[in-house]
Design a binder for this molecule. Structure first.
Ligand code: NAP
Length: 493
């Protein structure tokens, strides 16, 4: 069940939003009385309600907007109970002062905007003594492990408990709380009006994550990154799971580099069966893998992990995606179409490694250039490639040009790593940047009538291959591609 929190300054707006979300299918609405700017008319707010209502009036100290007296606040909450509101939210310190009355259910709540305390169990034990129908605990996550601690609190509690972590690191607990037995989770009316850090909108919860379909049997997947908010992977993988009617969900996991090992240790308990791994974890993750396929081992980086209990296998689908994209473009040119052709790779980071490995396997004469000479040399040595100084990159006569730098990526879309006048008609131009798809480099290449491979081609291909590792079945390519195209430029969880 999803509870939509509504905080508006005017009664009319609050009533209209509550009606709207109830019509959209919301099962529960929280009215944040502390947001109303004038005297609260509780009777008016509760009249003609379309679904059960929680009355909440949060003090400033507890993350709310109420700045009048606490006596007035308690009077308001008592009034809501007297008017027969379905649920009332009472913080731990006032729950003892407002007794149970009528049919109104009591949510006894604890909020901590600073941290997730070590002793969450003893906080929960205290709250259970305050005659709750539901205990609510919301704390700020500083570590991915904070999520598991709160989810296990839900699982082990005899009293129905809604517990989750706030903040970007806490998103997973908001999405998985139902899987651990929470009676509901909170969402906001609109993604741009979150009432607490990390809160997702009702639309995101229902359309992208299908929250109400997540159960104990749902297999959990996700992308591990830091930061993760820009990732497009949840959008495309969830669309693919939905289209394939799989009981699977895909979640963004923001994990700091030094907490990767701890997070991977939590994965089996979180129900996680597979991960996409991206910046900055692709190399770091190698030490935690029990099995690594040859490609990932040779490249020294892994972007896909699959769990079999506590055993983790690692793969690299970036490399295969780059190879497949190049081969598709050269498909009419024979069986080893890249053999002997000169390829110029711009950049010497993670993507460059995968592309260099793929191109050398295909027999291409690879030249690497980047602004960091040391990394350029190291990469060239590893895969037996040539190098050229970054400043001289446009002097090379290459049949294939591959950009693996972020130049041209949103928002700096008017930049190109290569000037148009140096792009020859016969070249194949491959830009790994996928947001936007039509980068300035790709536009230049099209204007010169070059064959092009876009970052979207590669991104979709690596996601398709990941989908195959995750599910053992073929990915719905067109669904993924269409979803990505629709979302490019508006990337959010
Ligand atoms: P990375 O490891 O950080 O490497 C980035 C490379 O670009 C480094 O060589 C870096 O040089 C260079 N660079 C960064 N800014 C630059 C600038 N302003 N001028 C010149 N060089 C610059 O990142 P990555 O993982 O390889 O990703 C790089 C790009 O590939 C991103 O745009 C990413 O979206 C894309 N990518 C796409 C896919 C796909 O499926 N389409 C998959 C993976 C990556 P320094 O070392 O000097 O910083």
């Amino acid at each position: 069940m999803i509870c939509v929190s509504i905080g508006r300054g005017r009664h009319r707006s609050m009533i209209a939003e509550a009606r709207h979300v109830a019509e959209q299918g919301a099962d529960l609405v929280e009215l944040r009385l502390d947001y109303i700017r004038r005297a609260v008319n509780i009777k008016r707010l509760l009249a003609n309600r379309r679904c059960p209502i929680i009355a909440t009036c949060r003090r400033e100290d507890d993350g709310g907007k109420w700045n009048a007296s606490d006596t007035d606040r308690m009077t308001l909450l008592r009034q809501a109970i007297a008017e027969g509101v379905d649920y009332v939210d009472l913080e731990e310190d006032v729950a003892g002062q407002i007794p149970r009355y009528g049919k109104t259910k009591r949510i006894v709540s604890y909020h901590n905007f600073v941290e997730t305390p070590e002793d969450v169990q003893s906080i929960h034990d205290r709250m259970v003594k305050l005659d709750p129908d539901i205990v609510k605990i919301a704390t700020l996550a500083h570590h991915p492990h904070d999520n598991l601690r709160l989810l296990q609190l839900i699982e082990n509690s005899k009293v129905p408990t809604v517990a989750f972590c706030m903040g970007e690191q806490g998103v997973l607990s908001r999405l998985l709380s139902g899987r651990f037995g929470a009676p509901f989770t909170y969402a906001t009316f609109h993604e741009e009006r979150a009432l607490a850090p990390g809160q997702l909108s009702y639309r995101q919860m229902t359309e992208m994550y299908r929250y109400t379909d997540i159960s104990k049997s749902t297999a959990v997947y996700g992308v591990v990154a830091d930061p993760v908010g820009h990732s497009l992977s949840p959008i495309i993988h969830n669309a693919a799971f939905r289209d394939s009617e799989l009981d699977m969900v895909y979640i963004p996991f923001r994990v700091p580099l030094d907490e990767l090992g701890s997070f991977l240790g939590d994965c089996p308990d979180l129900g996680i069966k597979g991960l996409s791994i991206t910046i900055p974890h692709k190399e770091e993750v190698m030490q935690f893998l029990d099995q690594v396929d040859t490609d990932a081992a040779t490249i020294g980086a892994c972007n896909t992990a699959v769990f079999d209990g506590e055993q983790i296998s690692g793969y690299n689908t970036d490399h295969q995606a780059a190879v497949d994209s190049l081969l598709r473009t050269h498909s009419k040119s024979g069986t080893t179409p890249l053999k002997g052709k000169t390829s110029l790779i711009l950049g010497s980071g993670g993507a460059a490694k995968s592309v260099a490995y793929g191109l050398t396997q295909l027999g291409s004469d690879v030249v690497i250039t980047s602004r960091n000479e040391e990394r350029t040399m190291a990469l060239a040595e590893r895969f037996n490639c040539r190098t050229v100084p970054w400043e001289e990159r446009q002097k090379i006569r290459a049949g294939i040009l591959i950009n693996t730098t972020p130049i041209g990526m949103h928002p700096k879309v008017d930049e190109s790593p290569y000037e148009k006048r140096h792009i020859d008609r016969g070249m194949v131009v491959f830009d790994t940047v996928y947001n936007p798809e039509q980068t300035l480099l790709i536009k230049y290449a099209r204007e010169q009538n070059c064959r092009v491979i876009t970052g979207v081609d590669m991104f979709i291909r690596q996601a398709e291959l990941q989908f195959r590792h995750f599910t053992g079945q073929e990915a719905p390519k067109e669904v993924m591609r269409n979803q990505l195209k629709r979302s490019t430029g508006a990337a959010r969880y």
